[in-house]
Design a protein around this ligand. Structure first.
Ligand SMILES: Cc1cc2nc3c(=O)[nH]c(=O)nc-3n(C[C@H](O)[C@H](O)[C@H](O)COP(=O)(O)O)c2cc1C
Length: 227
């Protein structure tokens, strides 16, 4: 993952990004460039468990051949989305551009009072700025969704809300969603989880996002502007 300022990364613009040929469960797929998967979410808290869950899911996407980038932490400290103004700050522009360039997205939120956090919802509100795009909102993109809460109830209700939002944004929620109970599972700094099954599921969500992108492209439905 390429990194810039805290919490802000961009998709790599290297040779790796071009003319890839790889094998997935969909068979041999020759792509003009790697599938791009954007990770979005987490909390502002140092050592955010939800951000760590996101990193694991992104590594699953990378294992499936995707290049990834993430908008997390301070990069999500955006003004409340205002549909009445057209000017956007630097962070908002980067976020919207990262969504625009993506072939698939993984969104992770902590459960706050049984719902997704305001920080993550506000970031998702900025997807409204893609309404006039050739691929409006999350059109044609798989959306991996992961909720991390200190109990099952909020983990599940938050995941359900995120699915509803992904549908509203015209995205395709992956078959597997992540409901993580942070009272039972801990994510470490090194990118691991205390429970192997959780780690496996998060990686699988990332893989499903990348593979949907490959399938879309194989069917001729990829981003026409990205070749
Ligand atoms: C404002 C706030 C509200 C929360 N509400 C809930 C809740 O309703 N149910 C729950 O299980 N956990 C709740 N939690 C706990 C978080 O979901 C949990 O600690 C999560 O792992 C935090 O993610 P983070 O480490 O990425 O910040 C809340 C935490 C905060 C700060």
């Amino acid at each position: 993952m390429a990194s810039r300022a805290a919490g802000v990364t961009e998709f790599p613009r290297t040779a790796l990004d071009l003319h890839r040929s790889r094998t997935s469960s969909l068979g041999k797929v020759t792509a003009k460039r790697a599938i791009r998967v954007l990770g979005l979410g987490g909390s502002l808290r140092s050592g955010s468990q939800s951000e760590r869950a996101l990193r694991i899911a992104l590594s699953g996407a990378e294992e499936a051949g995707a290049v990834t980038t993430a908008v997390t932490g301070e990069a999500l400290r955006l003004p409340f989305y205002d549909a009445g103004v057209s000017e956007r700050g630097e962070l908002a522009v980067r976020l919207v551009d990262a969504v625009r360039e993506s072939d698939g997205v993984i969104v992770v939120s902590p459960g706050y009072h049984g719902a997704l956090s305001g920080l993550v919802k506000n970031a998702l509100d900025y997807v409204e700025d893609l309404r006039e795009d050739s691929r409006p909102y999350l059109h044609g993109r798989a959306v991996g969704l992961i909720a991390v809460a200190h109990g099952w109830q909020a983990a599940v209700t938050t995941l359900n809300q995120m699915r509803t939002i992904a549908h509203a944004l015209r995205g395709w929620p992956t078959p597997l969603g992540g409901a993580v109970n942070s009272a039972e599972v801990k994510f470490d700094e090194a990118g691991g989880a205390s429970e192997e099954r959780t780690e496996r599921n998060l990686r699988l969500i990332g893989r499903q996002v990348a593979e949907f992108g490959l399938a879309q492209r194989a069917a001729g439905f990829g981003d026409p502007t990205h070749g």
